[in-house]
Design a protein around this ligand. Sequence first.
Ligand SMILES: [Zn+2]
Length: 282
Amino acid sequence: MNLSAKPKYRGRLAPSPTGLLHLGHARTFWVAQERARANGGTLVLRNEDIDSTRFKLEFVPQMIEDLRWFGFEWQEGPDCGGAFGPYSQSERRSFYTAALEKLRAGGFVYPCTCSRKDIRNAASAPNAGDDEGPIYPGTCRNKNLSTLNPQLSTRFSWRFRVPDGETISFTDGNFGEQKFVAGKDLGDFVVWRHDDVPAYQLACAVDDAAMGITEVVRGADLLLSTARQILLYRALGLTTPAFYHCALMLDKNGKRLAKRHDALSLRALREQGKTPESLRRF
Ligand SMILES: [Zn+2]
């Protein structure tokens, strides 16, 4: 065995069944598929259905049908199995609880009882440049766990303590050198939610590592999340994959496409008689 050999390329598509897939997702996924093909690699389909408050079960078969219609072909997934399954996050809870346990044992996370409102009110805090909301002001950072009275069944989340002042850098396959400063560009982030659901950051990093993903291809809206996930890989002693972020598709008003743009859902485009071939041209 040649230990210096590069591991075989493994990429993934990781849609969440929270609505109809739209063209923006499909184009990012298409880049992922092209990169897996160009590298003679394997493409994994992972169903990110961890957040049962948001996803709808009936979207899963639709999502798989839409992906196939567009021309996606994956070698491992919830519909076809594979050596790294299960491929639906709702069936992988034991992976996430084990990771949380490791983070707790290592002192990387602390319980936080703040509500969203508390954080907004405390916040003179600037917003992180992405969907995570205001940078956490650190309210619960130095509270002792023992001050949480279990009898009160206080609901709390687990937050990851970022190394303030440290620059987290990585070379993105598309955008090149990226640098984010902990405590400034990103604050302490939730890894386990107060409703007892693993947060996206944790589930995603744990799965990419456990599924042997060598390159993560996804939208540029997740560049900052990559910095968070690099901290998680390090704390968990996991190998960090390579990253390739794609520019986001904008609507005609220059706004980012969201699931509410139903007119650009693959389903609607298909009903209008568009062909996958024409939609893949971009
Ligand atoms: Zn807090």
